[in-house]
Write a protein that binds this ligand. Sequence first.
Ligand code: KIV
Length: 279
Amino acid sequence: MTRDPSAAIRINAEDIRRRKGGVPIVCLTAYTYPVARLLDPHVDLLLVGDSVAMVLHGHATTLGASLDMMIAHGQAVMRGSAKACVVVDMPAGSYEASPAQAVTAARRIVEETGCQAVKLEGGVDMAVQIAAIVAAGIPVMGHIGLQPQSVEKEGGYRIKGRTEENIAALFRDAEAVEKAGAFSVVIEGTVEAVAAKLSHHIPIPTIGIGASADCDGQILVIDDMVGLTVDRVPKFVKEYADLRSVVADAAARYAAEVRSRAFPGSDHVFTTAPGKDEI
Ligand code: KIV
């Protein structure tokens, strides 16, 4: 098991569960050590989402995530954070086959990263997996509504809660996830009024993304939130910065200075003068 020197002060899954109906829970995804360090003071929960496969590795969907990938990024985020509750996504193919498969993968994630909890997608269909992981002593965050791991099966990113039949299914999913023992649940890509009703209906915190301000917390993908996303930015994203322009501008100025030999300048080279050779 990875040693976590911050365990005493870290927010854990039970702390998050107790936040139902209280001050909104601030969540962001994180995949790397430096970003985790920057976000940790500001958030309650860092999710090492399987969106890492798209955001950092350039895959077309989250189906490109593997267990090894999630564990490597989970370890980096744990090293870079001290306070946030760190949740690591279970990638597609690591849990759906059986409760035993789900427990084996969840154990590997927790033992090799030291994270506080795992997250998996699914409602009624994954309730036995959630119950088995919780029974093994590992807290689980659910994920209902739009489920990106099902995007190929569904033929695209389809918003949920637009028909009576689907609304009823969402309520069954939310109840199943809660009864299976999840400490919280992400509601993604769901009609605002339906997400709000779901949130008021179940006794565990709901974390919205493309859902409702009435959810108990909100999450965004970090690269979307800081304006680093180079492909299509989803409608539900608010960009709080424009790092695309910052990075492109820095790269253009660097390229010009390298080509004109203005970089490196005298401040960025070493001389024979004593005491001036520190990196
Ligand atoms: O993988 C992810 O980043 C997620 C969040 C968007 C909820 O599941």
